[in-house]
Design a protein around this ligand. Structure first.
Ligand code: MSP
Length: 504
């Protein structure tokens, strides 16, 4: 059976992960959990980009060998991913033998097919981006440390695939998403495409994969790193794992690395006769005070600082609900705390506490019986039956923030329902009828709490898992209204989202 294959970029191991890296990785994790919830098999790949000039320089600065440097940094990435509940299937490092073997194999194939040739080139070179750039690119502010460079190198005949790539983009509307990014690439492809320099002379750079046909050169870091998407799944045409996963459903990234993924990578695949990924999805940037959060600018927030302080679920919730996919979003601690207090501590947390405490106190900690439903009950039950499909629809179309909004709307309507029904008053009555009503109300509230919690699970896997366990619920089976068994003993959950009091 075809697996749902989703990837993140391979992050440079020249520093610790920040919120920007955490965002793409959490997004991939959320999407893969949404798929799993719907009984699809998932292969979720992340990893690290370990060769190239940036890593070589960072290692030099720390006075260690590049290998030692990457081994140290990769641990930090893995640690952060664990702490924020990233459940990846595989983690690939570009220094893994399994990866290097595939890069060498592809280089050999393309060299033999004369898709790679040697030539002298003189042009502008950006040291910060580690590549030759055009005059126009040199005028943009993304490229720093620009110098003129003349050297002999190996080139991949990328230009010959220009028309084929344009046709593919036009014939496959989902290939580049969102639409604005697709137009950006089509705009870029209006100008003649150059061939791609895929080597670096060893005098300039040693830390890379040596070209199998010329040991005076190493492979250009992007040519090396992009191949991870197929090396990790054991590329060769007959490999079962490869066949199960490829073509990838989503390559996720931010808009900074759109061209490498939408131009270099597809043309490399075309030259190797390998199918193209289904969708390349580029989200926007997390900004701090309107500037892109980045290591070189130094305005980064470390995800673990927030996760340790406020919990990994809260961080994931904020990031998923505050970015409209495709657009930029601003990160502020103030808005983080506001969102946490209003949605998690207030709306969701209060509902959890109310329902569980009332059931424990008045129904011996067992799911109450349901009796006759009245009009108010029915209104809420209809919502509980209709909204999950709308929410899943949003999820499946990557409108994650919309899905979250709708879940919160559903949970708020349960809080309102409880206010109207006031079961805490009915429970004190001597009339059996009132007790039956309170019991029915709490049954319905518990059902909706269950549904809302299952739907929040991809975003907040930690606390929702604890709550669902205490309700004895199976995420894959119990999204329908009415699956809770009356008289099942439930355990209490501690205050899941204590309010954050303003600091300072
Ligand atoms: N190593 C390359 C990618 C090779 S993929 C075969 C690279 N690495 S990176 O460490 O710079 O990571 C870039 C990616 O990190 C972005 O595309 C995005 O996924 C994430 N982000 C880094 N900063 C970000 C923001 N400020 N906002 C959102 N995402 C950001 O490029």
């Amino acid at each position: 059976m075809k697996k749902f294959y989703i990837t993140t970029p391979l992050y440079y191991v020249n520093d610790e992960p920040h919120i920007g890296h955490a965002y793409t990785t959490i997004l991939a994790d959320v999407i893969s959990r949404i798929q799993k919830m719907q009984n699809n098999e998932v292969f979720f790949l992340t990893g690290t980009d370990e060769h190239g000039q940036k890593v070589e320089e960072a290692a030099k600065k720390n006075n260690v060998s590049p290998k030692k440097h990457v081994d140290q940094y990769v641990k930090r990435f893995k640690k952060v991913w664990k702490e924020i509940d990233i459940d990846y299937t595989d983690f690939i490092r570009t220094t893994d033998t399994r990866h290097i073997d595939v890069v060498i194999k592809i280089l050999n194939i393309l060299f033999e097919k004369e898709e790679i040739y040697k030539s002298e080139y003189e042009g502008l070179y950006s040291v910060s981006e580690e590549r030759f750039i055009t005059e126009k690119e040199a005028e943009e502010e993304n490229f720093r440390e620009i110098k003129t460079l003349k050297e002999k190198n190996y080139f991949f005949k990328m230009s010959k695939y220009q028309d084929k790539l344009i046709n593919h983009i036009n014939n496959n509307p989902d290939f580049i998403q969102p639409e604005s990014r697709k137009n950006e690439i089509l705009g870029f492809l209006k100008k003649p495409l150059a061939d791609l320099c895929i080597s670096r002379p060893k005098e300039r750079l040693q830390w890379g994969i040596e070209l199998p046909f010329d040991n005076n050169y190493v492979t250009y870091v992007w040519f090396d790193a992009l191949i991870n998407y197929i090396s990790a799944i054991g590329w060769n045409e007959n490999n079962e794992k490869f066949k199960e996963c490829w073509p990838a459903n989503y390559h996720l990234m931010a808009k900074d690395i759109l061209t490498t993924h939408c131009v270099y990578w597809p043309t490399m695949l075309m030259a190797c006769n390998i199918a193209l990924p289904k969708t390349i999805f580029a989200h926007g940037w997390w900004l701090m005070d309107d500037i892109k959060m980045s290591k070189s600018i130094g305005n980064v927030i470390k995800p673990l600082d927030l996760a340790y302080k406020y919990g990994s679920d809260s961080l994931r919730y904020y990031l998923m609900s505050n970015m409209v996919l495709g657009q930029d979003a601003s990160f502020t601690l103030d808005s983080f705390i506001r969102k946490y207090n209003s949605d998690l501590a207030n709306d969701y947390g209060n509902l959890v506490n109310r329902v569980l405490i009332m059931i424990n106190k008045n129904f011996d900690g067992k799911i109450p019986e349901k009796y006759d439903y009245d009009k108010t009950d029915m209104e809420l039950i209809i919502k509980a039956k209709e909204m999950p499909n709308q929410i899943l629809n949003y999820y499946n179309n990557l409108k994650i923030h919309k899905a979250v909004e709708l879940i919160m709307q559903l949970l708020r309507s349960v809080n309102k329902y409880l206010e109207v029904k006031a079961p805490w008053k009915l429970i004190k009555s001597n009339d059996d009828d009132d007790i039956f009503k309170a019991s029915t109300t709490l049954y319905i509230a518990a059902e909706l709490l269950k549904i809302g919690t299952i739907l929040l699970h991809p975003i907040m896997p930690d606390k929702t898992q604890k709550l669902l366990q205490s309700l004895n619920v199976d995420i894959k089976k119990d999204l329908l209204f009415g699956t809770l068994n009356s008289n099942t003993k439930i355990s209490t959950a501690n205050n899941l989202f204590p309010r954050i009091e303003k600091e300072g």
